[in-house]
Ligand binder design. Structure first.
Ligand SMILES: *[C@@H]1O[C@H](CO)[C@@H](O)[C@H](O)[C@H]1NC(C)=O
Length: 302
């Protein structure tokens, strides 16, 4: 059920120059980055709810509380926006222009309430993973507490979307997956069409978009990773991020690799030049794509 949405999510069409990793982000950089993601989430929910009324959700087969809870989520995101705007004061970036409706001619990330819900699952997960991965750059403990409070609610939201609404797994294992700012932004940026030129630069390195031949792959199967490698980067490995694990599989010259065993649920895959962990922008070759690995829905076995 996720395949179509995720295929769209990973098929960005941005042409990027040679990546140049920058210095470690400051706390202000991280809050500006968090606000950028909150703007995106807020626009995503308010736009979809404006488009789909209670009848549209009912016609899609959802009970009435589903849309009601999405309204609450939309309000949370709006509150996160204003909280971060207040924290940043005149250093706050402005909102960008977004497009969730049609990225390419071939695919539309959401076209009805059901595909909106699937995309919500992906966007919430990326948002939560971004807070988790960026938290180590927040020096002030009180600010870290506020960020952790936002992160907790994003996690509750994604667990609710995944399990209560989509009847999928509420978690992927004992650890959440942290994403680096560049990793998270490589997924979020495909929904951003333009930003005010006055906005401060975000603490991210741009990487070529990655697409996968199968967004719900089976362990042991072969998968093709497609990306623009006009920089001739050393695309030696696929890296699979799941919880606190980073699993590396050798990538052949055609971009083919074997899907590893032992991963569950939402997995972020990218291309890396080395098996260095923790991953840094220096060893990233592409942006990330999302795949869903089998995770038994009967919950008898993890
Ligand atoms: C994967 O790549 C191989 C070799 O380049 C090609 O023959 C095959 O059709 C591709 N499979 C998919 C599903 O794209």
């Amino acid at each position: 059920m996720f395949t179509k949405t995720f295929a769209a999510l990973i098929a960005a069409a941005v042409v990027l120059g040679a990546p140049t990793p920058g210095p470690a982000p400051t706390q202000t950089n991280v809050l500006q980055f968090a606000l950028s993601l909150e703007y995106l989430e807020s626009a995503f929910y308010s736009g979809a709810l404006a488009q789909y009324d209670a009848q549209a959700f009912a016609d899609a087969g959802f009970p009435s509380w589903v849309r009601g809870r999405f309204e609450q989520i939309a309000q949370h995101e709006q509150t996160h926006v204003s909280t971060l705007q207040n924290a940043l004061g005149d250093q706050a970036p402005q909102a960008c222009q977004y497009s969730f409706g049609r990225l390419t001619d071939a695919e539309s990330p959401y076209t009805d309430p059901r595909s909106f819900v699937s995309l919500s699952f992906a966007i919430e997960g990326v948002g939560a993973a971004a807070y988790l991965g960026a938290s180590k750059f927040i020096d002030d403990k009180d600010t870290l507490g506020v960020a952790a409070s936002i992160l907790s609610i994003e996690e509750r939201q994604v667990a609710w979307v995944s399990s209560a609404v989509l009847k999928q797994q509420p978690w992927d294992g004992p650890f959440e997956t942290p994403l680096s700012p560049s990793g998270a932004y490589s997924l979020a940026s495909q929904f951003i069409t333009s930003c005010p030129s006055s906005n401060p630069p975000l603490p991210v390195t741009p990487f070529p978009a990655l697409s996968v031949s199968n967004a719900s792959p089976w362990p042991g199967s072969t998968i093709n990773l497609t990306f623009d490698n006009s920089n001739n980067a050393d695309a030696a490995y696929a890296v699979w991020l799941n919880g606190l694990d980073a699993v590396f599989t050798p990538l052949d010259g055609n971009g083919q690799t074997t899907v590893p065993d032992g991963l569950h649920g939402t997995v972020y895959v990218g291309v890396a030049s080395s098996e260095q962990t923790p991953m840094s922008d220096a060893s990233m070759v592409t942006g990330l794509a999302i795949v869903q690995m089998p995770f038994d829905s009967t919950a008898v076995e993890a």
